[in-house]
Write a protein that binds this ligand. Sequence first.
Ligand code: SAM
Ligand code: SF4
Length: 266
Amino acid sequence: MLDKFERTINYLRISVTDRCNLRCVYCMPEEGIKLIDHSSVLSFEEIAEFTKVAVEMGISKVRITGGEPLVRKGIVNLIGMISKINGIVDLSMTTNGLLLEKYAQQLKDAGLQRVNISLDTIDEQKFSAITRGGNIDEVKKGIAAAKSAGLHPIKINCVIKKSIDEPDALDVKKYCEENGLEARFIYEMDIEKGEFGVVHGGSGGDCANCNRLRLTSDGFLKPCLFSDISVNIRKVDYKEALRFAVEQKPACGNSSTSHKFYNIGG
Ligand code: SAM
Ligand code: SF4
């Protein structure tokens, strides 16, 4: 699919839940969030059918995200359903890694190709503070499990405040080099204020080359992370929704007040 700025749109990010087993300070309020009602959350059948149509129209890369995708019950089955769709060349997941020790091999067997795991520091105390209670050992075990399952490459998403040279980022970089992982550094964003920056070591935040659409867990297809425009895929034909979202892609995003990170999945 080509948008009006001649960008090829071939990447769909799917948020499968707004629930999470962490409360990262830059993502969710401490007290938690008003959760989407279960009945509003897209079923696996809806997600798979929508993805199939999207692939027919030109999507070839799919990322599963959240909230925390591994807390969605039956997530391995969803990966199995999506991996069977002909035409997907890249099927990945973004996860906080806490449940990867349990699921990495099952995900690989179901057809997941690779994972991005979020890790902003390698200091145990700071990790616990940033995630409001997370245990870094579980993430490390998750990384090891992803490696031995053959989910490759493993990319580490590290949120930075101001610079890739800040101490925690340098530690994460070193940890990645020592462990055969690819580090990517993401500026902490405020999507309501429209504050965002280019991702170091990966893609994203680069509007001129944006190739993405995003589907929220309650069925809203968004042309841009930093825009309030969306279309409810339950209200219109899937093809029409996809055409609308591609047509509505802005040259560059502005801000989103209707959805947050944990709805859209970053
Ligand atoms: N729970 C999973 C995780 O943490 O990897 C997937 C969802 S999370 C919303 C996706 C990515 O967005 C994570 O790498 C997280 O660090 C990032 N993220 C969340 N809030 C952010 C913010 N305000 N600015 C920049 N990145 C953010
Ligand atoms: Fe949960 Fe990921 Fe948001 Fe952290 S960044 S609160 S792990 S959804």
